[in-house]
Design a protein around this ligand. Structure first.
Ligand code: ADP
Length: 450
């Protein structure tokens, strides 16, 4: 920026300087040309009077300015007298413009450049009363030689101006850039700088605030998560520890051992599930961990996952329906991370069984809708109230904590589904009615940049 301002100022100065020199030169040159014309015209009228009175002798006696040349020509163009050269050796002058003009209209003017263009001669001719023509000419320096003859002063002025413009440009550019360099970007709007920069600084400030807010939110979430994790882990561990203590003290009869051991087994299974879910959600949280994406056929995946939950569904006499394109139809294939997608499908199906009613049913759809691959899981279960629909995707949120626990829930299932969807740039929709059932739909966008 500094350099651009600098270059701008120097360029403008040089342009103005060049234009001024040209202007001054041309004004001066025109002024001197005008004066020269006046001078030779008045000289011509003087000499005219003398020649008309005294003839050739007047001309031979005359002492004229060495820059002025006097020529006398008769009506046939023959040179009768020339102040510079021997008249008899000079060629006929009838073809010269100024002579022709003077012969016809009394006065003639012309200007001609020398071969080198460095000298210009101006001619002024007057017709005398006897029909002859008197011509006065004067040599003039051309603009180029005027420039060359004044080269040194011009060069000195130009050099001084260039130097001054360099100094000014450097000073100005530093002065303009200084407040920008000294800006405190940590507190953008507190800077006393150019009003033109205010919109930019205001946007910066807003962005800072947003980032700060995001960081604060994330930190809050992290703290909540840690607290929740500790709490969730503590409950089964307390239970296991309590049972073990009773057994250690010999307070459990041999016949009760299977029952207590069963409890320990159940609680430790719960711990394992919990830790597994925590690991999954932490992995999804760390966006940096890039997992291998591949083409995944959701219809195939749904079929496999349905087999995993079938035993649990059969226990409660829940019927499973699958709505998928038949072989040959356009398969719901997306580019995704198989492991995450599997978790998502499993958690949705698992919930659909867990929160279903006896003899209920589950309908799964995996196919194309409106140019997107869509997966939906609908159940005929207990449903979720409007208020809870907002919250069930939060970590550890459970509508009915004791019921969820009793059926082996961790409160992390839908959170994993949500994070998996975010990871795959997919949208989640939930439709649910208390006592009627729940339908969760996931729409996958084009997945080219995972
Ligand atoms: P959990 O391990 O408790 O199932 P989730 O995160 O999977 O945890 O679900 C959060 C809560 O949302 C559940 O505790 C349950 O109350 C409710 N929920 C989830 N899926 C359904 C469903 N299909 N029908 C009714 N309630 C559901």
């Amino acid at each position: 920026m500094k350099e651009r301002i600098f270059r701008g100022i120097v360029a403008v100065t040089l342009a103005v300087l060049t234009a001024s020199v040209i202007l001054i030169m041309s004004i001066t040159y025109n002024y001197f040309t005008d004066r020269s014309w006046e001078k030779i015209a008045s000289e011509a009228s003087f000499i005219k009077v003398g020649v008309e009175r005294e003839g050739l002798s007047y001309l031979t006696d005359i002492q004229s300015d060495e820059n002025v040349r006097i020529t006398w020509i008769d009506e046939q163009g023959r040179v009768l007298f020339d102040s510079d050269t021997d008249a008899s050796r000079m060629e006929n002058h009838l073809s010269r413009n100024e002579i022709k003009e003077a012969l016809t209209s009394g006065i003639g003017r012309a200007e001609r450049y020398s071969a080198t263009l460095s000298v210009k001669t101006i001619y002024y001719a007057v017709k005398l009363s006897d029909g002859t023509v008197l011509r006065v000419s004067s040599k003039q320096v051309s603009p180029l030689s005027l420039l060359l003859s004044n080269l040194w002063p011009i060069l000195i002025v130009v050099a001084a101006a260039v130097l001054a413009s360099f100094m000014l440009a450097s000073h100005l550019s530093r002065k303009i850039v200084k407040p920008i360099n000294e800006m405190d970007l940590e507190h953008p709007i507190e800077n006393p700088t150019y009003p033109e920069l205010q919109p930019l600084l205001q946007r910066l400030e807003k962005q800072y605030q947003r980032i700060e807010q995001e960081v604060a939110d994330k930190e809050k979430l992290r703290r909540e998560f840690s607290a929740n994790v500790s709490h969730e882990l503590k409950t089964p561990l307390t239970s296991i520890s309590g049972i073990a203590e009773i057994m250690q003290n010999g307070m459990v009869g041999a016949e009760d051992v299977p029952h207590f051991a069963g409890n320990i087994y159940k609680e430790s299974q719960r711990l394992i599930t919990l830790v597994e879910d925590i690991i999954k959600i932490s992995q999804l949280d760390e966006n940096e961990v890039k997992m291998e994406a591949e083409s995944v056929n959701l219809a195939e995946m749904v079929k496999q996952e349905l087999e995993r939950i079938r035993p649990a569904a059969e226990q409660r006499n829940i019927r499973l329906w699958l709505d998928c394109p038949r072989a040959g139809g356009k398969q719901p294939v997306i580019l995704g991370v198989r492991q995450i997608l599997q978790e998502m499908v499993f958690n949705l199906l698992d919930n659909a069984v867990k929160y279903n009613k006896e003899n209920g049913s589950i309908t799964v759809y995996a196919g194309w809708q409106g140019g997107k691959v869509v997966l939906s899981v609908a159940d005929t279960g207990i449903g979720i109230s409007k208020e809870d629909q907002q919250r069930v995707f939060e970590r550890f949120y459970r509508v009915d904590k004791s019921h969820s626990k009793a059926i082996g829930g961790t409160g992390l299932g839908l959170s994993i589904v949500k994070h998996g969807a975010i990871y795959h740039h997919a949208q989640i929709e939930m439709e649910s009615k208390l006592g009627m059932g729940t339908k969760i739909t996931i729409r996958f966008e084009e997945l080219l940049n995972l």
